[in-house]
Design a protein around this ligand. Structure first.
Ligand code: FE2
Length: 312
């Protein structure tokens, strides 16, 4: 059976991708940001999920004002990096998991979440920067260490979904994953934020106190966060702070009780507060390689044992 084992929250600041791509990670400004993800890379290498569901928003790369799906699930076999105006990022093509993605699409739609199914899509920094932060730099001819199911959320054009709707979609995704018979360990990412505003008179706004309270509640009392209206995100966390509703999809897909295994927060990175959190479900399946055998395998083992005993 498939299972969501952990959630990762991570900002997806485009300048982080540019720093990586242009070899600037050792500069003191960027070193401060990247050093906060060293432990996360170790955690990811140890966790070795089979699939990551990455909740992110498209920044007018795959979609435009011509087409604005509220929730768009990537069901393709692969998702090339998008050209965001200066050529595609030099990162590997993202490989999907069409079977699990189709299963999730069917389950959540029958659960009354009318998501858009996307069978062809390019992915931008919103998805690839968090992958880099958790997996390190990868050349285009390498592979990401797990399959990825992109879930694009509209937080660019009004109206974005409410935090409560996002949280409930997370719960529907959890139910969908847990009803998949394939033996898969899944990690879910919520990306974007934290507080930032990139234009207008309040450009450069950062509200660390509000961000940190959000992170505290994400672990301990996510339902409280589901009651935050759009206007409060805008007022307290800036116009682009609304991206934080995507973290509630990740949180909704986890168990009620989670262990916060890591947190990192730094300001600024390109006028944005960088936030990061790793939450693990307390009920974890056995470690890889030590997983209990399937019922069929167990039956075969019992038969072998019985035959061996009868020969003694
Ligand atoms: Fe963004």
């Amino acid at each position: 059976m498939a299972k969501i084992i952990a959630g990762v929250g991570s900002s997806h600041v485009p300048a982080i991708g540019a720093a990586l791509d242009n070899g600037r990670t050792e500069e003191p400004y960027w070193q401060r940001v990247f050093s906060g993800f060293e432990k996360s890379k170790e955690w990811m290498a140890k966790t070795r999920p089979d699939v990551a569901i990455v909740v992110y928003n498209d920044h007018a790369s795959a979609f435009s004002v011509d087409l604005i799906p509220t929730f768009a699930l990537g069901c393709a076999a692969e998702f090339p990096p998008a050209d965001e105006g200066w050529g595609p990022r030099p990162v590997p093509v993202v490989k999907g998991h069409p079977q699990l993605a189709a299963h999730i699409a069917q389950s959540v739609i029958l659960d009354e979440f009318d998501i858009t199914v996307v069978n062809k899509m390019e992915v931008d920094h919103g998805l690839t920067v968090p992958l880099n932060l958790l997996c390190g730099r990868k050349e285009p001819n390498e592979e990401w260490p797990f399959k990825v199911i992109p879930l694009a959320v509209n937080v660019v054009m009004y109206p974005p979904p409410t935090g409560h709707r996002c949280y409930m979609l997370g719960k529907a995704i959890k139910k969908a994953v847990e009803s998949c018979r394939e033996d898969l360990e899944v990690v879910i990412f919520g990306t974007g934020g934290l507080s930032h505003q990139i234009s207008g008179p309040r450009a450069g706004l950062i509200n660390s106190k509000w961000d940190k309270t959000f992170l505290d509640n994400l672990t301990r009392d996510p339902k409280k966060l589901t009651r935050i209206p759009h206007i409060e995100y805008m007022r307290e966390a800036g116009a682009e702070g609304i991206e934080m509703v995507m973290w509630l999809i990740m949180r909704g897909a986890l168990d009620e009780d989670v262990n916060e295994v890591y947190r990192f927060y730094t300001v600024p990175a390109s006028n944005t507060a960088v936030g990061h959190i790793i939450l693990e479900n307390k009920r974890r399946p056995a470690a890889k390689g030590k997983r209990s055998a399937s019922p069929t395998k167990r039956a075969a083992q019992v038969t072998k044992l019985a035959v061996r005993r009868s020969k003694r």
